[in-house]
Design a protein. Structure first.
Lengths: 101, 101
DNA sequence: GGTTTATGTAACTATTCGGTTGCAAAATTA
DNA sequence: TAATTTTGCAACCGAATAGTTACATAAACC
């Protein structure tokens, strides 16, 4: 079962969860309240997010608080920004490509 | 069928294809030569990449040259960097969270 | 102790994914 | 014109996804 950050953020619901948790940590039910889908569905998303380290959980009595560890997004940022010099410019294959090589 | 950039880059083979095409545009067979998997499998990956605008194809006789349009990666970069201020710092939920709120 | 609350988890379903093989079609080359 | 090359596409397959409902468990409250 592939479980990396890229796959974790591929799902729009999971990106929303990350957005929600950016401001304040929430319990699982607290997260679920913000969505239409069922609580177990959210639970599964959270599980995927914790499996790749994007979300950290702290048990507090019967509640489980979720928070985002944004350091894990670095991997994504690094992958994306390696191509930064290609944006808006025509240094890349697309440049000569569009100009008819 | 969801077909956005996040989902497109979720697959490691597709990220490799993007890396390959960053330097020079290649034909479909040219791309396929770099992988173990079959040509139709690569063809499907390319289709997904074109459907979300990450790859552009130019027909040239019987050959189809593929190039990456990196501008589409901006969407990803923007999503990621909105959380940039949270990295290495303890401004976020995780900070107070780990310190026992 | 009994009820409520927060969560986990199992079982199931439909759809999508990532791959395969086989065949068709169109352009190029001999 | 015939053979080769490049690609598209259909049909199929097994596994993963994203969701559901139903039930179990453990902590908290009365």
């Amino acid at each position: 079962m592939r479980r990396d950050v890229f796959q974790a953020i591929a799902d729009p619901t999971r990106r929303e969860i990350i957005g929600l948790l950016a401001n304040k940590s929430l319990t699982l039910n607290g997260v679920a309240e913000n969505f239409e889908i069922s609580r177990p569905a959210i639970s599964k998303h959270i599980k995927i997010l914790t499996e790749c380290g994007l979300v950290i959980i702290k048990q507090q009595g019967r509640e489980r608080f979720c928070a985002v560890d944004f350091n894990r997004l670095k991997e994504v940022a690094e992958w994306v920004t390696q191509y930064h010099r290609f944006w808006n410019e025509k240094l890349d294959a697309l440049g000569s490509f569009l100009e008819g090589e």
